[in-house]
Unconditional design. Structure first.
Ligand code: ZN
Length: 508
């Protein structure tokens, strides 16, 4: 074998090893899906053993010395000269994962895994009792371990950087802070103007009685209409909606139904179908390699938000769909005018709970969490002072004060599970979505007309070719620049929201 042949065979071996690890990871995903949709309560403990066993196998394979050997051999080879080539992408992504995992001491990894499992249990009990004091020791320990993790991974400016990098690779905390700070600054006067209007919708039309079967049919029809392929996917019921991929042709969506809340199921189906369309558009031939993985959580969220909000809450979407909605829900929508329904779909109301937030206030919920978790990690805020800091920010940003910890600082599972650096990806998703949407509208010409006529293929093909097909070839910041010609900015989102809500709330 000459040198080139040896490199090619190392690359093949690395890919084969990685694809086999992906088989195990897809089994992990299947167990997790089952856990959240089907699993009988009593089956929990054995499932936890299955999950721990698989997690150990996956971790050993990802950090195996031969992986390091192949990566070293390939590092300076002509195969990876172009970082955006297939081999360049595979090696770059695997090296990042390998180095991060190898830098963490096994004892710290174990401590974090155990604390995450225990933390979620303690958090659930504390939330039920609405007692932050019960959660405080676990939170303090988690912050301490996450700081140790950041130190082991290494950072130049803030311990937040290496943690954010797990979810938004290649994006720095300072970049996120700059864009979210501007976002919050522009958002607050817009929210003030909306709240000052006495001509806004009250949202009551969506709280009428919507038959559950009809909701399911209507939601599935909408997911199918925007392009979700149900021959390679399913929709099931869960408590907290999610989307997961179990194989190259197996994407699972989940939702929940409430008779007196049309929006809860419908918009979560559109949201999860948006995630599902991204997954179905990733290059299936490369399944198991980083090439067929989403490039970041923020980009993933942009795909769900674009279909949920830019499309699903738009006037043109409902102009097209409203007759079908009236046919599907003849009782609930009897005598209801299209315009009233559209305005109710876009009601804005500051609230305490992030997951129930409207399109406008949602980003403020995220801004608050981003500021607080950074302060915790940077030691500018002590865990014991978190509830007071939380309540002060809710008062300042949203004008609401939680009456108790359950509706305040204890509402999200993330921190109890050790997920620091995750929250900003939700807001980044909203901003990427708006920037992509603006570009698509420019490129496609009559996007609103297409949406009104129920022609979603042009937009889907646009997303497929510019975003989905690339998998993780480009990092989020590169992808945004390639697709839109400019770096991420909050401006497109602010412009779209200002225009839309001036109409919905009849602002002058
Ligand atoms: Zn999502």
């Amino acid at each position: 074998m000459n040198a080139a042949e040896r490199l090619a065979s190392s690359y093949e071996a690395l890919c084969a090893h990685t694809r086999e690890t992906a088989l195990l990871q897809s089994v992990q995903a299947l167990l997790e899906w089952d856990d959240r949709t089907q699993l009988p309560t009593a089956a929990g403990p054995y499932r936890a053993e299955q999950a721990a066993c698989l997690a150990g196998m996956v971790h050993r394979r990802q950090t195996a010395p031969e992986v390091g050997g192949w990566l070293d051999e390939l590092a300076a080879s002509p195969l990876v000269e172009d970082p955006h080539s297939d081999a360049g992408t595979v090696v770059r992504r695997l090296r990042r994962e390998y180095e991060k995992k190898r830098r963490l001491p096994p004892t710290l990894v174990e401590q974090l895994a155990r604390l995450s499992a225990r933390g979620q249990q303690v958090w659930a009990a504390a939330r039920k009792a609405s007692d932050f004091g019960q959660f405080l020791p676990v939170l303090a320990e988690t912050v301490d371990l996450k700081r140790q993790e950041a130190a082991a991974l290494g950072f130049a400016t803030t311990p937040y950087d290496p943690l954010l990098d797990d979810y938004e690779p290649g994006t720095a905390t300072t970049e996120v802070a700059a864009v979210l700070d501007s976002l919050v600054a522009s958002l607050r006067p817009l929210l003030q103007a909306i709240l000052a209007s006495d001509r806004g919708p009250d949202g009551r039309l969506l709280a009428r009685r919507y038959a559950l079967d009809a909701q399911r049919e209507f939601g599935m029809a909408a997911a199918r209409a925007i392009g979700f392929d149900f021959s390679a996917g399913r929709l099931d019921v869960t408590d907290h909606p999610f989307c997961t991929t179990l194989g190259p042709r197996d994407v699972r969506l989940t939702t929940r139904y409430r008779e007196d809340d049309f929006g809860d199921a419908f918009f979560s189906i559109l949201h999860e179908a948006g995630h599902g369309l991204y997954e179905q558009g990733l290059p299936a031939a490369s399944f198991g390699l980083p090439l067929s993985l989403a490039t970041s959580l923020g980009i993933h969220e942009s795909q769900s938000r674009l279909w949920e909000n830019q499309i699903g809450r738009s006037r043109s979407f409902w102009e097209g769909l409203f007759p079908a909605a009236r046919a599907a829900f003849p009782e609930a929508l009897r005598g209801v005018e299209f315009a009233a329904f559209y305005r109710d779909v876009n009601r804005v109301a500051p609230s305490l709970i992030r997951v129930d937030a409207d399109e406008i206030t949602y980003n403020l919920h995220i801004g608050i969490r981003f500021e607080l978790e950074r302060a915790l990690l940077e030691d500018d805020l002590q865990p014991a002072d978190l509830p007071a800091a939380w309540n002060a920010k809710y008062d300042a940003y949203l004008g609401v004060v939680p009456p108790d910890d359950a509706q305040g600082v204890l509402q999200d599972v993330h921190w109890s599970a050790g997920l620091f650096g995750y929250f900003p990806t939700y807001a980044l998703g909203n901003l990427y979505a708006a920037q992509f949407y603006a570009q698509a509208a420019e490129d496609l010409g009559d996007l609103e007309g297409q949406v009104r006529r129920g022609e979603f293929q042009p937009l889907l093909q646009w997303l497929r070719s510019r975003i989905h097909a690339h998998g993780s070839r480009y990092e989020a910041r590169e992808l945004v620049e390639r697709v839109t010609g400019r770096p991420l900015s909050e401006r497109p989102w602010i412009e779209q929201m200002t225009r839309k809500y001036a109409d919905v709330y009849r602002l002058d």
